[in-house]
Design a protein around this ligand. Structure first.
Ligand code: SAH
Length: 494
């Protein structure tokens, strides 16, 4: 049986602007045929199991001609596959989506279309320019400024000038001078507000405004390149007031995220929310240890231990999930005191209905050990169980040993460093984020060098920071050991 083709708009770049319907369909893809304008965040939504076919086009240089793309879609569908044809913006707004459906239609192949958010409206919106406004215009026109090789632009400038609406020109960076001249010759006020939004909705977005007669100079002087939309009309004067995206504190910053992929979303999302471009580079992988053979305990009870210590949310999840997977429950902790290294660990514990009895004043294994002893939370008559990773540091246990506290250190999850290909362009990164010592180790090992002088590392706690500083990083430490606090620190750094 034939497969089916879904022609899906991927939106203008910001992954959050992909539709829910498009995203859900991606999960079902056998093959994804995509081009250059599909943003990296949407690309990251493609399941690993799907085959990816790049038919990316560059202006004036078409690596895969349109008729071949049409054939690819047909062949894949004829092979019985679920084919996603992913296109930047909306597939029908200068997207040649119509042409791609013709061949499918002629061959009786089933298809569906999922519209996308078009850059012609979204890029201006992120640039602070509403494409219509009652006080300024009563129509909106989307025009291609692309001329066939050697041919003149075929735009009716008189008609556009007479209509007085907002004009959005796509594919027009190289023809902006002709467009501005054409409009002015047709009688448009040379002082008409105009703008260009380059790489709209992405962290690299740039917006410039100028009166129409200065527009092409502005484009040239700032080295504006495709993809960009050119806007002409009174609404462009609103950019001054409404340029909300340009005010994001981390706009233009490139930040490396080294957390394990599954855990990185909160930090990465927060950074992106603040305008930063995130480079995802997971340096460690954590896996729960199974089965948990904690000495002298069983699924019903934590045995003779009177105090349980967690130093990470992973540890909490591994232990509590193990109980639940095996018919146990949180009564395992009954009558035992629980200490957590910081608020994020305590909050993971709370998800299972348990409240930490002890959190040290600083997110550090050393301080945790010292303060548990100093406050009398544990003493020589205690029997402590530490549920941590195989790669845990000695800080807590050294403090306990020094005070003759009896303890058992049991790994409930394993931390593995991931061998990533070294990054070529470390110089383009404004800072690296480290949420654990293992992330520092994994990062350093992948880079195949050990001196990072001149690079800034934003670290979650002092222990992580002190390891990073051993490798020469300039270090910044968040006030608290939470993602929120790391984000505040990132904003302070700028
Ligand atoms: N179907 C797409 C447009 C494809 S034509 C859509 O609906 O958005 C390619 C043109 O789209 C580019 O030359 C540029 O003018 C515009 N474009 C695409 N992505 C853009 C972006 N992120 N910012 C500004 N313009 C963009």
């Amino acid at each position: 049986m034939d497969g089916k083709v879904y022609l899906i708009g991927a939106g203008p770049g910001d992954g959050g602007l992909m539709t829910l319907k498009g995203r859900a369909l991606l999960d079902k893809a056998d093959v994804v045929v995509y081009d250059r304008l599909v943003g990296p965040e949407v690309m990251a939504m493609i399941p690993e199991s799907a085959e990816k076919i790049d038919v990316g086009k560059n202006a004036g240089n078409h690596p895969v001609p349109q008729n071949e793309i049409n054939e690819i879609l047909l062949d894949q569908a004829k092979a019985g596959k679920t084919v996603i044809r992913l296109k930047g913006g909306d597939p029908f707004v200068f997207g040649r989506g119509g042409e791609e459906l013709e061949l499918l239609y002629e061959n009786g192949v089933d298809f569906e279309v999922v519209p996308g958010i078009t850059s012609s409206i979204a890029a201006p919106a992120y640039g602070g320019i509403p494409v219509t406004h009652r006080d300024f215009c009563s129509s909106l026109h989307i025009i291609t400024g692309h001329a066939k090789a050697g041919a003149e632009l075929s735009i009716d400038f008189e008609a556009l000038t007479r209509l007085g609406g907002t004009l959005v020109f796509m594919m027009s960076v190289s023809t902006v001078e002709k467009i501005a001249d054409g409009l002015i010759k047709a009688g448009m006020d040379p002082e008409m507000p105009a703008a260009v939004v380059e790489r709209g909705t992405t962290p690299a977005q740039r917006t410039f405004t100028a009166p129409l007669q200065r527009l092409s100079d502005t484009v040239r002087e700032n080295g504006v390149r495709s993809p960009a939309v050119i806007l002409v009309g009174k609404v462009c004067s609103l950019e001054d007031k409404f340029n909300w995206f340009a005010r994001k504190p981390l706009l233009g910053k490139r930040v490396l995220v080294t957390q394990p992929a599954a855990r990185s979303s909160k930090l990465a999302e927060g950074l992106r929310e603040l305008g930063a471009e995130t480079v995802m580079y997971p340096c460690i992988r954590t896996t729960p240890v199974r089965p948990l053979d904690i000495p002298e305990t069983n699924i019903e009870t934590g045995g003779r231990f009177d105090t349980i210590v967690f130093t990470s949310a992973e540890g909490v999840r591994s232990c509590c999930d193990w109980l639940l997977e095996n018919g146990g429950d949180m009564r395992w902790f009954c009558c035992r005191k629980i200490a957590c290294i910081g608020s994020a660990t305590a909050s993971a514990l709370k998800d299972y209905g348990l409240i930490a009895d002890f959190i040290p004043s600083e997110y550090s294994g050393k301080v945790l050990g010292e303060e548990m002893i100093k406050s009398g939370f544990v003493g020589a008559d205690s029997n402590v169980l530490l549920l941590r990773t195989n790669a845990a540091s000695h800080d807590v246990t050294d403090a306990l040993s020094e005070s003759d506290v009896t303890f058992t250190d049991y790994p409930v999850y394993e931390t593995e460093l991931i061998d990533q290909p070294p990054l070529d362009e470390l110089g383009d990164i404004d800072y690296v984020t480290f949420t654990s010592r293992s992330c520092v180790e994994g990062f350093v090992r992948s880079q195949k060098k050990s001196d990072f002088t001149g690079m800034t590392a934003l670290c979650i706690g002092r222990q992580t920071a002190s390891l990073a500083s051993e490798y020469g990083f300039d270090i910044e430490v968040s006030e608290e050991a939470t993602i929120g606090s790391m984000l505040s620190k990132a904003v302070d750094l700028k």
